[in-house]
Structures are given as C-alpha cells and as structure tokens.
Design a protein around this ligand. Structure first.
Ligand code: NDP
Length: 325
C-alpha cells in the first residue's frame, strides 16, 4: 500500500515541509495500519519543524490524527480492522493519509465523537483536562487568567474552567477572537496587544490578582503573567507560541508574592494505560455532556500543511485546525 506523507530533512520555516509517496508495509508486531480521515494541527508541530524542540532528522511531522484501522499486527489486543481510533503521539508522522502506528498510542472513539472532533480535540482536550484538573486543580470560585483564549487549547480551557466554576479572564489579539472567547464563556477579555494586561487583571480582581495563569504564549506574556498572579498563586507555563521563556532567576517568584511555577507536558500526565483511559474518558464526557464544544476554526487539505503552519504562526487561526487527507 502507498501513502502520502510529510517529512522535513532540515529545520526552518514552513517551506521545509516536503511531501513523499512511500510504501506502507504490513503492520509490525504491536502496530496497526491506520487510514487517517482527519489530522490535527498543533503548535508543537511548528516547534518540531522550526527546531525549538530538536528531533532526529529527517523526520515525519504531526502528532494527532483520527481514522479507521485497516489491519492489525501481531500481538495487538482489543483493536480490530474497522475500529475508529485517534492518537496524539508521541511518535511524529501524523501528516499522512495512511501509516502504521503503535497500538499502545491509540484511543478507541466513542460513537458520539466524530473523527473530525477527535482530531480537533484529542491532544488539545487531554491537555486541557490535565492542566485544569490534575496540574492546577482549579476550584470553583477561583479567578484564572487564560492567555490566547481563542486558540485551540484556549477555547477548550475557557469552557472547561467555566464548567468547574472559575471566573475566567481571557487575553486575545482581536475583536473577532474576543467574540469567540466570550462565546466560550470568558467573563472578561483583555486585549493583550494593546492593553496593560496585569493592570487590567488587578482591576478585575479587586487588586488581588488571579489564582492561576495558564500561559501557552511564553516569552511575550511572561512578565504579564508574573504581575497578574496573586500571592501564592500558580503560573502554569505550558507553551511557547511567541518564544520560550529562558534565563529566569527563581528569586522573582519570591518578590512577586511567593508564586509557584510549573512547566508541564501532556506526556507526563498521560503515562500508563489507566491514566490515559481515564483522561480521555473525562474529555469525551465533557464533550458529550455539551459542557465543552469543539470549535474547528479552519480546515485545509492535508498537503497545504505549510500554509496552515504560516497561518497558525501569524496568529491568523482560531480554535482548532484540521488537515484533511
Ligand atoms: P493556538 O491555537 O493557541 O495558537 C497560538 C495562539 O497564541 C495564537 O492564535 C495567538 O492568539 C497566540 N499568540 C500570542 N503571541 C503569539 C506569537 N508571537 N506568535 C504566534 N501566536 C501567538 O495553538 P494551540 O492550541 O495548538 O497551542 C496553544 C499552546 O499550547 C501552545 O503554546 C502549545 O505549545 C501549547 N501546548 C502545550 C501542551 C503541553 O503539554 N504542555 C500540549 C498542547 C499544547 P492571539 O492572536 O489571540 O494572540
């Protein structure tokens, strides 16, 4: 069987993404052959492509996809041809129409979760689940700040936090994004490209600051995050959409009010099979109950992934982005 797949042999801009036709062998032991119907675009794909997160080259690209199993390899249990499944990695190579993947990386999809919703929400929604419920452990009534609130993870975070009972302040760069974040339930919006974020957050919280900041923007928002967090509050630094935060002196956490700071990743919160199953079940429950709605902001043909990267990196996207084989 042949497949179309994206590779990059050197790091750089979106132009380094190349498309190849490759042979897909029969699935090896512990693998399945997956015919992918929807691929999820994630910011981490740009870190791999651009070199912020170094990978061995040449490399496949993309972590997240949904589709139908075509064949199962030796030793695979609990999965069969025809099953609908999704994956969020960690192996790269999701930018493809067909490929072999480790069965251990797959999540079976419930009937009420379409392939498109799965590819738009599995990685970002499982991230939201662990950030809110297991990392920051947000409690009802707490005030929280979500940067890039109209992004893929952002819109899910806002809704999940509202479902928990938090008061949500969201930052965005445009009126259109503000409307999306409000629709998702954000109580207050701050235009962080033209307002003093920390000053606004202090005004909105009666001077106290927020209990938790969710910061996936990184370098550009680090100072605002520090100044927006209340005494003994927590900054969850979970991404680098602007650039990574480096060279921080720990003492700043003392001078800003005995703050906590963590830099978590999905894979450390989704380790063993039981933890993975529980986290995904919680995500499907939040979507199934209607508490969390998945916004697919834009869809591209798979082989236009380079354009999708350009749009993501120039802040032109909102919600989740799908690449369709
Ligand atoms: P988004 O859809 O949120 O896209 C990024 C958004 O960040 C933009 O739309 C933009 O929103 C905002 N932004 C602010 N400054 C910049 C900048 N200089 N360049 C580009 N964007 C900027 O992406 P994702 O939902 O895929 O990911 C969100 C974050 O979550 C990323 O940092 C990602 O790495 C992280 N992440 C971390 C995980 C983990 O395990 N730690 C797992 C999954 C995601 P606006 O226009 O409103 O400013």
């Amino acid at each position: 069987m042949q497949a179309r797949t994206a590779m990059f042999a050197r790091t750089g801009g979106p132009e380094v993404i190349e498309w190849h036709t490759v042979d897909v062998p029969a699935p090896g032991a512990g693998e399945v052959t997956l015919r992918q119907t929807a691929v999820g675009l994630n910011y981490i794909d740009t870190y791999h492509r651009g070199g912020i997160y170094p990978v061995e080259l040449p490399s496949g690209l993309g972590l997240e996809a949904a589709g139908i199993i075509e064949a199962v390899g030796e030793g695979v249990e609990g999965l069969a041809a025809g099953d609908r499944v999704a994956t969020f990695g960690p192996a790269r190579g999701a930018y493809a129409d067909v490929r072999n993947v480790a069965a251990s990386s797959l999540f079976k999809l419930p009937d009420n979760i379409s392939d498109e919703i799965a590819a738009a929400a599995l990685l970002k929604g499982c991230t939201t689940e662990f950030l809110v419920e297991r990392c920051a452990r947000v409690q009802p009534g707490q005030a929280v700040l979500v940067h890039a609130a109209a992004g893929g993870v952002g819109l899910l975070l806002v809704q999940w936090l509202k479902a928990v009972g938090a008061t949500v302040i969201g930052t965005v760069s445009s009126e259109a994004k503000a409307a999306l974040a409000r629709q998702a339930g954000a109580d207050h919006i701050v235009f962080y490209t033209r307002e003093d974020t920390a000053k606004r957050v202090r005004e909105l919280t009666g001077g106290a600051g927020v209990r938790v900041v969710f910061d996936g923007v990184g370098l550009d928002t680090w100072e605002a995050s520090l100044d927006s967090t209340g005494k003994r509050g927590l900054i969850v630094s979970y991404g680098n959409a602007s650039a990574p935060v480096t060279g921080i002196s720990l003492g700043v956490l003392a001078t800003k009010g005995s703050l906590y700071n963590t830099r978590p990743t999905l894979f450390d919160y989704y380790t063993d099979p039981a933890e993975r199953a529980a986290g995904a079940a919680r995500l499907w429950e939040m979507i199934g109950s209607g508490k969390v709605k998945v916004t697919i902001g834009q869809t591209y043909p798979l082989e236009q992934a380079a354009q999708a990267h350009r749009d993501l990196e120039s802040r032109a996207t909102s919600g989740s982005t799908l690449l369709v084989p």
